[in-house]
Design a binder for this molecule. Structure first.
Ligand SMILES: Nc1ncnc2c1ncn2[C@@H]1O[C@H](COP(=O)(O)OP(=O)(O)O)[C@@H](O)[C@H]1O
Ligand SMILES: [Mg+2]
Length: 354
């Protein structure tokens, strides 16, 4: 009877629709498509087997035709549903990408849908977060640089106006004007050095030599400041350690590390320099007994213009360690900072051993 065929076809259609909607719950696009293919093949087979009784009542051709029509409809509808659900999760990633390219750096894609799309959304979100962080850092950099350039200029302008208005004698302000000009010159020199490091324009000819001369020159350079701050200054140089380096550049790095260490060590504290061989490198360590490094300092102290004092009132623009990193890396070494086990900070750099 034709009604039997209609009933079986309707049941096939119903069960098939429910199963194909259920396919969306499978975690990956691959599994979903495989499930759909399996459904399209197995459903009519199952129905044929289960509905053997129908065969006794009607011609096979009508039954098979009905079954085919039902399973084809199921496969098509299932395919459409799946395609829509996959496409909509891809669409949300695309929308996020369009928003990002239009300048909305805070946009993130929903990490839902099949695993492949969710993974793609996760990678996209990581990329967006990195871009946002880079832009923040750049904004900060420009703000800090202009602050540090503007402060001495504003000071000089105030002094010049006071002189013009006859409120002070030139001799009163000459030393201060000289200080401001020197500070500006130092800052501009540092920016120029960083620009050369960035451009890879440093032509470094490495010489093999022991580090003892460089270390003693640096110790001599900061000994007056150490005495004034009542900080003891020690060095321990392994004479076996011969490195390949450019003396002026290493001197510049070491002087900055020593100045930083002295500046962060209270009176009666100690600053020590150690030079020792370390595998195929020579390691230089500068340790102090100061306040040490908090998490942010450890993460950011090598960033340009970064300083732990947010008022930016102390000396120094926060470029010293950025330059030190550039110079050490240009000589084939590595530089890092950590806390000293007994308290205080420790900054180390390596140079290739000769
Ligand atoms: N030995 C140290 N102990 C604690 N903090 C340090 C030490 N050396 C550097 N820092 C932190 O890192 C920042 C950046 O150092 P640096 O790049 O040399 O810039 P600057 O000396 O101009 O401040 C310093 O302002 C300070 O906050
Ligand atoms: Mg410094």
């Amino acid at each position: 009877m034709i009604w039997n065929a209609v009933v079986v076809a309707l049941i096939t259609l119903g069960v098939g629709l429910i199963l194909s909607l259920g396919l969306r719950a499978l975690p990956t696009v691959r599994l979903q498509l495989m499930g759909l293919a399996a459904l399209a093949v197995c459903l009519p087979l199952t129905v044929v087997l289960l509905s053997g009784w129908v065969m006794f009542h009607m011609g096979d051709d009508v039954k098979i035709l009905a079954m085919l029509a039902a399973s084809a409809t199921v496969a098509m509808i299932g395919g459409l549903v799946l395609a829509r659900s996959i496409a909509s999760s891809i669409d949300s990633v695309r929308d996020a990408a369009v928003a990002l390219s239009n300048g909305d750096l805070t946009v993130r894609a929903p990490e839902t849908g099949p695993n492949e799309v969710a993974d793609m959304a996760e990678s996209f979100n990581e990329m967006a977060a990195n871009i946002e962080e880079l832009f923040d850092a750049r904004r900060e950099l420009v703000a800090w640089a202009s602050h540090d350039l503007r402060t001495p200029l504003a000071n000089m302008q105030a002094m010049l106006e006071a002189l013009e208005d006859g409120l002070a004698e030139p001799a009163d302000y000459l030393p201060a004007l000289g200080d401001q000009v020197r500070a500006l010159t130092l800052l501009v020199d540092d920016l120029f050095e960083l620009a050369r490091i960035d451009a890879g324009a440093l032509t470094l000819e490495l010489h093999a030599a022991p580090l003892v001369d460089v270390v003693s020159a640096c110790i001599r350079g900061v000994s007056a400041e150490a005495v004034q701050r009542q900080v003891s200054l020690n060095s321990e140089v392994d004479s076996e350690a011969i490195a390949r380096f450019v003396p002026e550049k290493v001197e510049r790095v070491l002087l900055n590390l020593l100045t930083n260490a002295l500046r962060h060590t209270p009176s009666d504290g100690a600053v020590a320099v150690r030079v020792e061989p370390d595998h195929d490198t020579v390691r230089v360590t500068v340790e102090d007994t100061g306040e040490g490094l908090d998490d942010e300092a450890e993460r950011r102290m090598f960033d340009r213009f970064w300083r732990s004092d947010p008022a930016r009132s102390q000396r120094g623009a926060g470029l010293g360690l950025a330059i030190a990193r550039g110079l050490v890396e240009a000589q084939g070494g590595r530089i890092w900072a950590e806390n000293r086990p007994g308290g205080g900070a420790r900054v180390c750099f390596t140079l290739p051993a000769a």
